[in-house]
Every structure is written in structure tokens, then in C-alpha cells.
Design a protein around this ligand. Structure first.
Ligand code: AHM
Ligand code: MG
Length: 333
């Protein structure tokens, strides 16, 4: 019989005591919210959900209607269960504290409700990324500083890709499991366990149109990939850029590869956000045997100084990320 997400979580807890009931509730609620978002994404123009809203988020990006809908779905699903103290999102300036009318739990939830916003209206894969932290015991009243924890403190993380299939990928720090949404049953079903990223691959993902803004070491590394079999890397690379990191990283999780969004002269801190994009994807990728780095520092060790902090990101197959790091640090690889 197929294993549902609920059954998987219960059995994991029974075998390993790594998913206490509050965390299980949290993960089930996030999955339920992803199911609703998946339905909204699927309806597209028929549901009146495409197009741009009139608002901007804190990063100055014009919000899409679906960005806002997905954000609301995640908040409404998670605020009343008693498992969370507060939430933070790419689409909200500051944290959302669980209202007084509901009990407050011990966990904090961070999310990018809809990653790859530029792909919403053109029917290309997009996704939801989420990260779970424990509220520090020292803090009584939850505040933004409670969210400023290093990525290695995450207790769970994952993402859901809305593509040809809707797939939920999850880690609680003990490997990576993947679930596929069975639309007839209305539930996520376990379709792969113990996912491992191939260590050494021939595929890279970077936005080449930004080349003029790269630092020399990044440009040199990509030039080496482009040089192919007769170049220093000794192999022909293929390139992909979906422009939804969640889809690019998922592609890598299954087939191997390296994704880069480096610091650029017009984006000196990088583009991607540390707490709800880089950290959760890194937790998943590391748990599958891959790596992620700023070029000089492991992503999960980067100090979080503010909620919407950006970070340069190199993520994917272990050997490829190590080679990119070596190039960037001027070491031989
Ligand atoms: P978003 O969260 O606003 O969608 O932005 C993040 C996205 C990533 O998913 C994607 O890899 C990148 O931005 C694409 O950037 P670019 O438009 O420079 O290609
Ligand atoms: Mg995003």
C-alpha cells in the first residue's frame, strides 16, 4: 500500500523519535497549504489568479497575485494550530506573530511562498520553499531576532515544486524523502526515500546574461565549464536556467549539477535570501550528500543578521561545488 506523508511522519517518529507531534502537525499543515497552492496554480487563468498585484514586497519587487495568495494560504493554514510562535516570509516586511486568540507553539516557520515568480504567468515550474526553526528558549515574547539563527539550527526544511507533477521534498535532518501529490486521493504519497545527489556531474545553472557583472573568479570558473572536454575540467557541460531556483535545485537533486547565483557588481550581496531560500535548500541538498557555499563559507554557517538578508549561493553536487569553491578561492582543483 502507498505510504502517505502522514504515515511516513508517524513511522519516522516511532522508529527514530525525530518528529515530535507538534513538528508533525506543522509539516502536515505546510503540506496541506502546498496542496491548496498547487490547486490555485493549476487553475491559472480560470481561477483569476494570474497577473500582477498593485503592491511591492520589501525587496522592491512587484508582487504577483499568486505570490500574495500563496502567502495568505500559508499564514491562514498555520496560525491556529498551536504549533507555531511566528512566521516570516519573502512577501512580508516583518514577522507575523501568531495572534493572541490562538495558543503559541515552540516553532518558527519561514517561507518563500512562491519561488520563481517570473514563471507564474507563463506556465513554467514554480514552488514553495520552507524552513523550520525552534524558538529560542531564552526569548519569552517572540521577536525578529529569534529568526536570526544559522542554517545548521534548522529542525526541518523542504520545498514543493508545482510542475508537471506536484512534488514535496522534505528533510528533518535524517536524509531526504520525496512525495508526489495524488490528485485523486488528495494526498501526498511517498515516491522516493534516501535521495542522493550524484557527486560529480556535467550540468550547471547560472544566469549567463549577468556575466558582465561577475567577479573574475566566477567568470573563470564558468569559462572552464564552457571549455568542455579539452578544457581544464575535461568534460562537456550542459546548461539549464529555469529561473525558478526551486525547480533548478530539484533538477540537481535528482540528476546532479551545480546552481550558482553569485554576488554581482550590481547585486554585491547576491540575489537570493539566506533564511527562506538558501538555508532550506541547502539543508535538503546537504542531507542528500550535496554541498552549498557562498564561495568561501558553508551556507549553513553564515551568520544571519537580518530577516531578508541576501547571500551569494553555489549549490549542488559535492565535487562540483568543491571545484567552484577552489576556483573562487584561487586554489587549484
Ligand atoms: P523570487 O523568489 O522573487 O522568484 O526570486 C528568486 C528567483 C530564483 O528562483 C531564480 O533562480 C532567480 O530568482 C532568477 O533570477 P533572474 O531573474 O536573475 O534569472
Ligand atoms: Mg524566491
Amino acid at each position: 500500500m502507498a505510504t502517505s506523508l502522514s504515515r511516513y511522519l508517524v513511522e519516522q517518529q516511532r522508529a527514530k523519535q525525530n518528529i515530535p507531534p507538534e513538528l508533525r502537525l506543522l509539516l502536515e499543515v505546510v503540506a496541506r497549504a502546498c496542496k491548496s497552492i498547487s490547486h490555485a496554480v493549476n487553475k491559472g487563468a480560470l481561477g483569476g489568479v494570474l497577473g500582477t498585484a498593485t503592491t511591492e514586497n520589501i525587496q522592491g519587487e512587484v508582487q504577483k497575485k499568486l505570490d500574495i495568495i500563496a502567502n495568505e494560504v500559508l499564514i491562514e493554514a498555520n496560525e491556529w494550530g498551536g504549533h507555531l510562535a511566528a512566521m516570516a516570509s519573502e512577501e512580508m516586511d516583518s514577522i507575523y506573530v501568531v495572534p493572541n486568540r490562538y495558543p503559541q507553539g515552540e516553532y518558527l516557520l519561514l517561507f518563500d511562498p512562491l519561488d520563481g515568480s517570473s514563471n507564474i504567468d507563463v506556465n513554467v515550474s514554480i514552488g514553495t520553499i520552507f524552513s523550520v526553526l525552534r524558538k529560542p528558549e531564552t526569548s519569552e515574547k517572540v521577536s525578529e531576532s529569534d529568526f536570526l539563527q544559522p542554517g545548521h539550527a534548522q529542525v526541518a526544511a523542504g520545498y514543493c515544486v508545482y510542475g508537471p507533477q506536484t512534488t514535496l521534498v522534505l528533510t528533518v535532518g535524517d536524509g531526504v524523502a520525496m512525495f508526489t501529490l495524488d490528485r485523486e486521493q488528495g494526498s501526498f504519497v511517498l515516491t522516493q526515500e534516501n535521495i542522493r545527489i550524484p557527486e560529480d556531474t556535467r550540468e550547471f545553472a547560472i544566469n549567463m546574461s549577468n556575466m558582465r557583472h561577475w567577479d573574475k573568479p566566477v567568470a573563470d570558473y564558468i569559462a572552464e565549464c564552457l571549455a568542455g572536454k579539452t578544457g581544464p575540467r575535461g568534460k562537456d557541460y550542459n546548461m539549464r536556467w529555469v529561473a525558478s531556483m526551486v525547480a533548478d535545485v530539484h533538477r540537481m537533486l535528482i540528476g546532479g549539477g551545480i546552481y550558482l547565483y553569485p554576488a554581482e557588481s550590481d547585486k554585491p550581496e547576491g540575489k537570493l535570501r539566506l533564511l527562506y531560500e538558501a538555508n532550506p535548500l541547502t539543508f535538503v541538498v546537504e542531507q542528500a550528500g550535496g554541498k552549498a557555499s557562498t564561495g568561501t563559507t558553508r551556507i549553513l554557517d553564515v551568520e544571519a543578521r537580518k530577516l531578508h538578508q541576501r547571500v551569494p549561493l553555489i549549490i549542488g553536487s559535492r565535487l562540483d561545488v568543491e571545484q567552484a569553491e577552489a576556483s573562487i578561492q584561487g586554489r587549484a582543483s
